[in-house]
Every structure is written in structure tokens, then in C-alpha cells.
Write a protein that binds this ligand. Structure first.
Ligand SMILES: [Zn+2]
Length: 151
């Protein structure tokens, strides 16, 4: 019962909705949102398929959509899936102090690296995100492999 209930956090919901939008467009269902003091600044989703852009992971798209920020030190990045090495590097570079992750079951991400650089990582274990990624990985194994640079 609790597995399918949405979290109360509107910024995480924005990330989840962005992932769903990408899925509906035939894209990779990973979404992200940047928030400050609980307010969503911007959200985005993976655009590898939609724009042929291999760098446009969900986190990168959300940060691009947020535009220039004087500081990220008071922001939180929400993402439906554990961040990869590229997105982790960007989080560290921008000095984003906190990352809220939907799930890390279908992809482990780079938590160790994030935490080693002082980034707080919170994992929601959101079952909707796990189900969404599992279904996608089963249906499009080659596309998933391409996105995480696996042969
Ligand atoms: Zn990434």
C-alpha cells in the first residue's frame, strides 16, 4: 500500500513527473528537479532519445533548465535514479550540498563519491521509480546500456 503512495515532497514529484513525461515521449524515464527551500526552480528529464543528446541526463537537463544560479549551496537536487559519474561530477562541481534519490536498486550510481565530497545523499526507495526503470530496462536493454555506457 505505502509502495504506490506518492511522497509528500513536491520537488520529488516534479522529478517523477518529468521521468513519466520522458517515458511518454519514447525517451529514457529519468527525471530530476532542482529546488531551493522546498520551491522547485526547474525540472528536466533525460533527452538522449528526444534530442539525440548523450549528455542530457535528467540531472543535467534540470540544471540547464534552471539557468544561471548565483549559488547552489542552498539547493537540493532531486532525481528519480541514483546519479551516474557525470552527474555526480556536476553536483560536486556546482557544490550542491544535498541529493534526494528515488531509487538505487536498478543502478547503483556514485554514492560513495558523492558522500566522500560531503554531499548528503537521501534515498527514498520509491517503488514507482524502481518499477518504471525495471520495465524500461526490460523493454529497451540496448537503449539503457547506451545511456550508462555499457557495451
Ligand atoms: Zn547522469
Amino acid at each position: 500500500m505505502t509502495e504506490t503512495m506518492p511522497t509528500a515532497d513536491p520537488a520529488f514529484e516534479a522529478a517523477y513527473q518529468a521521468a513519466q513525461k520522458s517515458l511518454n515521449e519514447g525517451g529514457i524515464p529519468i527525471g530530476a528537479a532542482l529546488a531551493r527551500a522546498g520551491e522547485v526552480i526547474a525540472s528536466g528529464h533525460n533527452e538522449r532519445v528526444q534530442h539525440g543528446d548523450p549528455i542530457a541526463h535528467g540531472e543535467m537537463s534540470a540544471l540547464r533548465a534552471a539557468g544561471r544560479q548565483k549559488s547552489y549551496r542552498d539547493t537540493t537536487l532531486y532525481t528519480t535514479l541514483a546519479p551516474c559519474a557525470m552527474c555526480t561530477g556536476t553536483i560536486i562541481q556546482f557544490k550542491i550540498p544535498r541529493v534526494v534519490v528515488g531509487e538505487a536498486e536498478t543502478f547503483p550510481g556514485e554514492f560513495e563519491l558523492l558522500r566522500s565530497r560531503g554531499v548528503e545523499v537521501i534515498v527514498l526507495d520509491d517503488q514507482r521509480c524502481v518499477d518504471m526503470m525495471r520495465a524500461f530496462q526490460d523493454e529497451h536493454p540496448e537503449l539503457w546500456a547506451e545511456d550508462i555506457a555499457e557495451d
